[in-house]
Design a protein. Structure first.
Length: 141
């Protein structure tokens, strides 16, 4: 769990809020695959579905919930967006995600712009991009 200062630090900027079938299992998976840390309590509906959960991944917040079609909340589809992680150690993040069960969409490799980049799809259908900036960019940053 996090302190209120952590919560204030993380709850700014653009925060993805995704709807996935099986949000509880997604939280467990993201903990294994991406080192996610749960912030606060998971809010649940009377039937046990996740109404709201906040997890931290790579110093950023991701919020998630189960679908509630009766309230206009359908599952998110990773086909029209990516969740991108900008990381210094691409191999560590990549190996952990693939080892946890992510499907490789495009391998982590050196790209024409100088960074290492690759994409995976998680078991919940969301796509994640891994961007390891070139060493020169990391030193300058």
């Amino acid at each position: 769990m996090s302190s209120s200062s952590d919560y204030k630090r993380l709850m700014r900027g653009v925060i993805p809020y995704v709807t996935v079938e099986g949000a509880e299992k997604a939280i467990e998976f993201y903990t294994r695959a991406f080192g996610a840390v749960l912030h606060g309590e998971v809010a649940r509906s009377e039937d046990g579905r996740v109404l709201n959960a906040s997890i931290e991944i790579n110093d950023g917040m991701v919020m998630l919930m189960d679908p509630f079609p009766d309230h206009g909340s359908a599952p998110s589809s990773g086909s029209n967006f990516l969740l991108q992680l900008v990381i210094a150690d691409g191999d560590l993040w990549w190996d952990r995600a693939v080892g946890a069960g992510c499907e490789v969409v495009s391998p982590l490799k050196l790209e024409f712009w100088g960074d290492r980049f690759g994409r995976v799809r998680d078991p919940f259908g969301l796509e994640w991009a891994f961007n390891e900036p070139a060493i020169e960019k990391q030193r300058a940053g």
